[in-house]
Design a protein around this ligand. Structure first.
Ligand code: DP6
Length: 380
């Protein structure tokens, strides 16, 4: 019997992966760049276990047994077993849970597949690159296999051998970077990213412009900005890339729409704030949903959160509303509020906010008390 437990967190792209050139191998049409968030918040925790007594492979997700025959999961498992350095042919039990509500609409597949692959790689003693294994579960998962700022190189080989993720810099390179996730109250069912990106690549003319004429240069610029810790350039290109991803979505036929009115209000608010302070202090980015992720430097958090609370008043008590690391004292400046040219929202348009930072990537939990499976291989 052998058991491994690990944690992996979500990543938030600043250059979006949007569009596949191979649907089965999950190969992208462009390079993408993201930061992997700290494992204290927004992580998946996964225990994998093999035993000679197990009769079949099984998986439990967030407390519920799921179908192990899911094609993406099978993709992952088959490839991992092919790459195994030991001859472990026993069946595997997998138990995984997120420490954040899936209902929040935050991408959980990236953390989930990264965590699964990192755990299984230890079980099967796989030592070379494992980012391509995570990629075969969910594209963006390959970037969560490492901490810090990470680039997924699209590669050119048809078998996907060179479509792997690489760390640009560790989290310690830019320790001042902070992330605020604004969870928007929303009930609408969204189009999955797989379907949205397929429709975009098949029907959007603007998409060709993005891939050929915008991204090659933007990837280089933002990579350099990260290395040089040039926040202004980083923020401007992060904002532009998010808006371009949503523009090509709107150019799809029928259009793919992820942002809602609150999302657009957040966009206007961030621009109005940056203009009022005469500096680009905050960048926003949106994935396949209405929630905003903001990148900003720690020194600007007290002022920005004061302004955010003024224009988006919390609808619940602050303890429930602010999740994550504790804030330093929030600054409330009426003079600054007056300078920001945007309207105040009704209380509760944001469900809650999560404050976090860039993290060091997946970690193994050695304490047997952390395992999610008992000695019989069943969820605890
Ligand atoms: C908007 O990785 O969820 O978050 O490969 O089909 O599983 P699949 O898609 P997924 O797409 C993520 C898209 C995105 C942008 C990004 O993370 O780069």
């Amino acid at each position: 019997m052998c058991t491994v437990t690990c944690l992996a967190s979500i990543n938030i792209a600043v250059i979006k992966y949007w569009g596949k050139r191979d649907e089965v191998l999950i190969l992208p049409v462009n390079d993408s760049i993201s930061a992997t968030l700290d494992t204290d918040h927004l992580h998946a925790k996964t225990t994998v276990m093999t035993s000679s007594t197990f009769k079949e492979d099984r998986i439990w997700l967030n407390g519920k047994e799921e179908d192990i025959k899911n094609p993406r999961l099978q993709n992952c498992l088959t490839q991992i077993r092919k790459r195994a350095r030991n001859s472990n042919q026993w069946k595997v039990h997998i138990c995984s849970e997120n420490n954040f509500p899936t209902a929040a609409g935050l991408a959980s597949s990236a953390a989930g597949y990264a965590c699964l692959v990192v755990a299984l790689a230890k079980l099967y003693q796989i030592e070379d690159d494992i980012t391509s294994l995570a990629r075969s579960g969910s594209g963006s998962a390959c970037r969560s296999v490492m901490g810090g700022f990470v680039k997924w190189c699209m590669g050119s080989e048809s078998n996907g051998a060179d479509s792997i993720a690489k760390q640009i810099v560790p989290a310690s390179h830019w320790p001042e970077m902070r992330i605020l996730i604004l969870v928007v109250n929303d009930t609408k069912k969204k189009i999955s990213s797989s379907i949205g990106m397929k429709r975009t690549i098949e029907t959007s003319d603007l998409m060709q412009h993005r891939i050929k004429h915008v991204l090659p240069n933007r990837v280089k610029i933002i990579e350099q900005a990260i290395i040089e810790k040039d926040f202004k350039t980083f923020a401007e290109h992060t904002i532009k890339d998010s808006n371009q991803m949503h523009a090509v979505c709107l150019d799809a036929y029928p259009p793919v729409i992820y942002m809602n009115d609150v999302s657009h209000t957040i966009i206007n608010f961030v621009h109005a704030y940056n203009e009022a302070v005469n500096e680009v202090k905050v960048a926003y980015t949106f994935d396949a949903g209405p929630n905003a992720t903001l990148y900003l430097l720690e020194e600007n958090v007290p002022e920005f959160v004061g302004v955010l609370d003024h224009f988006f008043p919390p609808g619940i008590n602050l303890e429930q509303y602010r999740k994550g690391l504790t804030f330093k004292e929030v600054i409330n400046s009426q003079e600054l509020f007056n300078k920001i040219n945007t309207t105040r929202q009704a209380p509760g348009s944001l469900k809650y906010i999560i404050y976090t930072k860039v993290g060091n990537g997946p970690k193994y939990l050695e304490d047997p008390n952390d395992h999610l499976l008992n000695k019989e291989g069943l969820p605890i």
